[in-house]
Design a protein. Structure first.
Length: 178
């Protein structure tokens, strides 16, 4: 099944050329199924490339997926193409005011890993989004710095600077402290 995105979104043509099944609202309305609702907070400086990467993965499903892109209203992006966020993204405040519920929510990373969370200009707004997802989203995926932000906001786990980049899959567990 397809992902439902605007025909004007640059990712639409890129994904269509890759034979990823994409449709627009007018076609989606004629299908008699409830799509999965997924929202994406894309904080990456490579806005369009990140959209394509995420949508490529989400489009590889037998389900129809309705995508909402979410922007931080408290942050002025220097990397997105002019007018792109205003045209294709909805402000976080608007998403939360409407009382929308989502099947999934993705919060990406951002190149702010060396800053304390509270010094990131959109930290307060992102904190509200993270709190909102706890009550209004079935499953939230935090990627890269977004994962650090989620762990810090929800569980008080601070980030730790390392001398070199560390990545991979590591054993972990949940300690019941209560």
């Amino acid at each position: 099944m397809p992902i439902n995105i605007s025909r004007d979104l640059p990712a639409y043509n890129a994904l269509s050329k890759e034979r990823v099944f994409v449709i627009t609202d007018d076609r989606a309305e004629h299908q008699d199924i409830r799509p999965l609702k997924v929202a994406i907070v894309n904080l990456m400086p490579t806005t369009v490339d990140t959209e394509i990467q995420l949508l490529r993965l989400l489009g590889n499903t037998p389900l129809q997926v309705d995508i909402s892109f979410v922007r931080m209203g408290s942050h002025e992006s220097r990397n997105a193409p002019p007018g792109h966020l205003e045209k294709f993204y909805t402000g976080a405040g608007e998403i939360m005011q409407k009382g929308n519920r989502y099947d999934g929510f993705i919060i990406t990373g951002a190149p702010v890993e060396t800053l304390p969370f509270e010094e990131v200009d959109y930290w307060d707004e992102l904190s509200e989004v993270i709190d909102y997802t706890a009550a209004n989203v079935w499953s939230t995926l935090h990627i890269c710095w977004g994962a650090q932000a989620g762990l810090y906001r929800r569980y008080g786990i601070p980030k730790h600077g390392l001398s070199k980049k560390l990545f991979g899959i590591f054993p972990h567990g949940v300690n019941d402290t209560g």
